[in-house]
Design a protein around this ligand. Sequence first.
Ligand code: ATP
Ligand code: MG
Length: 358
Amino acid sequence: MDEITGGETTGRYSEDLRDEFRLREEPDLWRIIGSSKEIKDVLKNIQTVLESDIPVIIQGETGTGKELVARAVHYRGIRSKNPFCAINCAAIPENLIESELFGYEKGSFTGATQQYIGKFELANGGTLFLDEVDGMSLSTQSKILRVIEEQVFERVGGNKSIKTNVRIVSASNKNLLSEVNAKRFREDLYYRIAVFAIMIPPLRERKEDIPELVDCFVKRYNTLSGKRINKIDSSTLEKLVKYHWPGNIRQLQNSIRRAILVAVTTHDTLLPEHFDFPDIKEGSLRMVESLELGLSKLEVSLKRGEVLPLNEVEEVFIRQALSSTKGNISEAAEKLGISRSTIYRKMEEYGIRMDDSK
Ligand SMILES: Nc1ncnc2c1ncn2[C@@H]1O[C@H](COP(=O)(O)OP(=O)(O)OP(=O)(O)O)[C@@H](O)[C@H]1O
Ligand SMILES: [Mg+2]
């Protein structure tokens, strides 16, 4: 399992993978589950690129498993003994991305008190995972293109050319070709990084994978939480299969984790009422995901007997109230037993935006 410790990762979901890793070494965590034709095609495509250095682009909606597939391409392939480094191109501010990618020399700018090694150097011999690759500015795109073409780069503030040998795997939840057509993504870079494409279809288009995924996640979180849920009511499974899963596998996984948490200790069966799907529209996924993540963190802390700062707990409950009232602030305030002005103040304090929850 040095996959996680050895690999450098950034971004929200890499973080939740790490959290799980800390909880328990779980070899299953890296298994790509599913038997649908769609997932078999994905596995076949992974197999196709294992023996080569061909650049791969992985496309799919949020939560479909792009990072999981990127790691499979690396850890099952010929570069597996070398590092897997990930960079989330959309999450790093424009003024820092060059340093992150190429590193910098001591004294190259105020605050550069020591040399810093960038991802192209760290990933040498291994794989560089450009996550949310469409999030790069056109100017960063040009810089990356040059490195890919010439296989050399300089650290910021340095003049020594450093050779690099990395396999590029990228991911995007947008259609990158449309981004090219809209002139937001360089065509020449597109053809460099998208030599082989792996498309992961959304979960709602491969619903036959749901029972298998549910089964695996129930076992995983059961063990983690020490509960004994050994049955899933058939109406529960029906409810899970029927749902459209806008947040895909991540949402399914988090829903199960939460259901196990809320299923009272006396229950050995997951019932439909243990699942509560907010009426999610495209733009509100972020709100739901923040909530799910918050609840998971609470769960982990409670299990470890840790004490959490009250404001972290408060934030989760405010998010939950807003989610369950579909963004009705007055109703959420009433349910929480606080005034409207208090809930507004707290939402501002925690950076909860209403357009995320409607
Ligand atoms: N087929 C699968 N089998 C088992 N677990 C899966 C599968 N697909 C995704 N997962 C799990 O779902 C979670 C989300 O996957 P991942 O982070 O790879 O998604 P993503 O496509 O990168 O999402 P985002 O676009 O939001 O970054 C992870 O915990 C991952 O392990
Ligand atoms: Mg991801």
